[in-house]
Design a protein. Structure first.
Length: 221
């Protein structure tokens, strides 16, 4: 009996090791793919057919119109195309438009301009510009969305670091989380600290309030 249980433990350990190795490989492949996409921009909301027969010429001219601050810049576009519609994408929504810039610095400047110029529209449709991450990185980053929404609503600063780490500034301390579960665990411990202040030095009201909201499940879909 002992030998059977020992063998089961070994098999379980081997499975866990293989799973860890596969996850490591998947992360490395995702990083390589992200590097190959580092000059790309995902444009969401552009009505179908707006780009005409020459998407590269269209996007080069459109950039100057959408972002006056970049009008005098010589931003070169290498490729531009629509991507296939995903299975979960609404049939009536336009397909994502991806364009690749020659210079990484131009990609950064354009993304910064998209955040500072306010709403941008085309034919009545609001346009949104994103980094073109691969599916693995995108899923990892999106997993932090519920917590980020709660933090933002409570006025607590947070932002994502590549590839998928959440940086939170609360109560004068900066925390880095590699998963939503890690963030919830620490925030839960801060909530408990508020209930027992003798065990901590300082917990600000703003941090404690958001911890409480997250802990009891309020504001999290």
């Amino acid at each position: 009996m002992d030998s059977v249980m020992s063998e089961q433990r070994e098999q379980k350990r081997a499975i866990n090791d293989r799973s860890s190795q596969l996850e490591t490989i998947e992360k490395k492949l995702a990083e390589l793919e992200d590097r190959s996409r580092q000059n790309n921009i995902r444009l969401v909301g552009l009505p179908e057919g707006t780009e005409g027969s020459d998407p590269i010429v269209f996007i080069q001219k459109a950039i100057n119109g959408w972002f006056p601050s970049l009008a005098n810049s010589e931003i070169e576009v290498e490729r531009a195309q629509r991507v296939y519609r995903g299975a979960k994408d609404p049939c009536n929504s336009p397909r994502v438009f991806i364009f690749m810039l020659l210079q990484y610095q131009d990609r950064q400047r354009l993304l910064k301009a998209s955040r500072s110029h306010g709403p941008i529209s085309s034919s009545g449709s609001t346009l949104r510009f994103f980094v073109d991450y691969n599916a693995f990185t995108s899923r990892s980053r999106m997993s932090f969305t519920p917590i980020q929404k709660s933090l933002r609503a409570a006025g607590v600063e947070s932002f994502l670091i590549y590839p998928a780490q959440l940086k939170v500034s609360a109560a004068g301390t900066v925390h880095l989380f590699s998963s939503p579960q890690e963030a919830e665990a620490l925030l839960s411990s801060m909530a408990q600290a508020k209930e027992h202040p003798a065990h901590v030095n300082t917990v600000t009201d703003s941090a404690a309030n958001i911890v409480y909201l997250i802990t009891v499940g309020i504001m999290i879909p």
